[in-house]
Write a protein that binds this ligand. Structure first.
Ligand code: UD1
Ligand code: CA
Length: 464
């Protein structure tokens, strides 16, 4: 590439058909806002700088893009040409040197970096003023139509509302993605008028203006119209989500991940998965989750921002900001909350909730327990129904359990409390004082037994 390319992402529109309090481009696909999909595709395609045009509810859009793009505001939504024109100052250098500038719609998240690159290459190789990405549609209604002469040369783009019946019959449509030579673009933009059916400044008019000025104007057809799908409604949001889900799943399957039914697996764009991982139905891997090779996740599991090591088993598990080391097992029905660390070979079993705790190597919490704010050593066994009472209504307190301790079933550990290494706690105890290493601690009232009482009771009832 001769000169570094820039990209403009149009994100000033309201998106009224979404019927939403949120601006359209902030709606998410697999946990990532629409506008982010477009910005990231532009960056992946090699755009050196990205300018995002915001307007409607910009206080909600700006935070999503302000870290890594140049944000400009379109005060008056007067059309797509108006939106690009407000980028003029931000792209002054590009205009000076005639660098390629890609224009993308912030509501079209399926565009691929490959297609953006092809637009840039086609524009540069042909020294074109503009290359528009186009698609053939069975039902082109609503889109701008590509009007060509007999030789196939692109003449102009005509919007639906301005099209003659003859023009409206054309099925080649404008996708709304372009690569311009920045110099030609800003020269032409000042000459765009609003003498059209919508009284707007149409970016599409730039094609005819450049062609008339003798500059090459081209159209690049996509093989897959799918990547040009714009999200204007909730139905289209669902359609785009389905396409993205399939794309991401196909990528992971190609890399050696098994899915019983890929339609029932949802994986976010930032998730990494090792080879020979098996994902069972109704599994959600979201945020910055990573799964090590050989692990089996699901069914019915949702992992968000969670790190899973190799050869783990996560059955019906919900985990948020947790870290699970190799060969650990979870579930069925485990809930790992933020700050949970299961060390190698540890177990969080059925109906077990763990929060902000380390469960040491090989330690087991197999049934019906709550463990919070706890540091647990290695080789510990926690009996069924045991609970760390970490909250006194005001503050949270710490529990520590030493290596190889054995906690009997139904133990209440009232924090702050420490149970020493190798200690044994009798079942049913409420432990309020520290237990020394190697001790037995039992907190229980004595068992009363009245011999023959039950038989007598039954006999008297029978005689009534
Ligand atoms: C536009 C194209 C049409 C193409 C279609 C593809 C024009 C004149 N027409 O039509 O040829 O087939 O996209 O989807 O460009 N925007 C702003 N500021 C504005 C107006 C729009 O930022 O003042 C943004 C919108 O938020 C949106 C994008 O530009 O992201 C496209 O605008 P929209 O009004 O949806 O254009 P279409 O009528 O769909
Ligand atoms: Ca419009």
């Amino acid at each position: 590439m001769a000169t570094a390319a820039a990209a403009i992402v149009l994100a000033a529109g309201a998106g009224t058909r979404m019927k939403s309090d949120k601006p359209k481009v902030t709606h998410e696909i697999l946990g990532k806002p629409l506008v982010r999909w477009v910005v990231d595709a532009a960056k992946e395609a090699g755009a050196a700088s990205v300018v995002t045009v915001v307007g409607h509810a910009r206080e909600q859009v700006e935070p999503l893009v302000c870290d890594d793009t140049h944000v400009v505001v379109q005060q008056q939504r007067n059309g797509t040409a108006g939106a690009v024109l407000v980028c003029k100052d931000a792209l002054a250098h590009a205009a000076l040197v005639g660098a390629p500038v890609v224009v993308l719609s912030g509501d079209s998240p399926l565009i691929t970096p490959g297609t953006i690159s092809r637009l840039m290459e086609t524009c540069e190789e042909n020294d074109a003023a503009v290359v528009a990405l186009t698609m053939e549609l069975e039902n082109p209604f609503g889109y701008g139509r590509i009007i060509r002469d007999e030789s196939g040369q692109v003449l102009r783009i005509v919007e639906q509302k301005d099209a003659t019946p003859e023009e409206a019959a054309v099925r080649e449509c404008n996708s709304g993605f372009y690569c311009f030579n920045a110099h030609d673009l800003f020269e032409a933009l000042v000459r765009v008028g609003n003498n059209n059916a919508q009284g707007e400044l149409y970016l599409t008019d730039v094609l005819e203006i450049c062609r008339t000025a003798g500059r090459p104007v081209m159209a690049l057809r996509t093989e897959t119209a799918e990547e040009c799908l714009g999200v204007n409604s909730r139905a289209q949001l669902a359609e785009a989500t389905k396409i993205m889900q399939r794309r991401i799943n196909a990528r992971h399957m190609a890399a050696g991940v098994t899915m019983w039914d890929p339609d029932q697996v949802w994986i976010g764009p930032e998730v990494t998965i090792g080879q020979d991982v098996e994902l069972l139905p109704q599994t959600y891997l979201l945020g910055r989750t990573s799964v090590g090779s050989g692990s089996v996740i699901g069914p019915n599991s949702r992992l968000t921002d969670t790190t899973v090591g190799q050869c783990c088993r996560m059955d019906e598990t919900v985990a948020v900001q947790a870290c699970v080391d190799a060969a650990a097992t979870c579930g069925p029905r485990a809930y790992l909350r933020p700050g949970t660390h299961l060390c190698e070979g540890a177990k969080a079993g059925t109906h077990v909730e763990i929060k902000k705790s380390t469960i040491g190597k090989g330690s087991k919490v197999p049934h019906l327990s709550y463990i919070g704010d706890t540091i647990m050593g290695e080789g510990v066994n926690v009996g069924a129904g045991s609970i760390t009472c970490n909250y006194d209504g005001k503050n949270k307190w710490q529990t520590t359990i030493g290596d190889d301790a054995f906690i009997g079933s139904d133990t209440m550990m009232v924090a702050p409390v420490a149970i020493g290494a190798g200690a044994v706690v009798g079942a049913g105890s409420t432990i309020t004082k520290d237990v020394q290493a190697g001790s037995l601690a039992v907190e229980r009232s004595n068992q009363l037994e009245v011999p023959g009482w039950a038989d007598k009771k039954r006999a008297s009832q029978a005689g009534e």
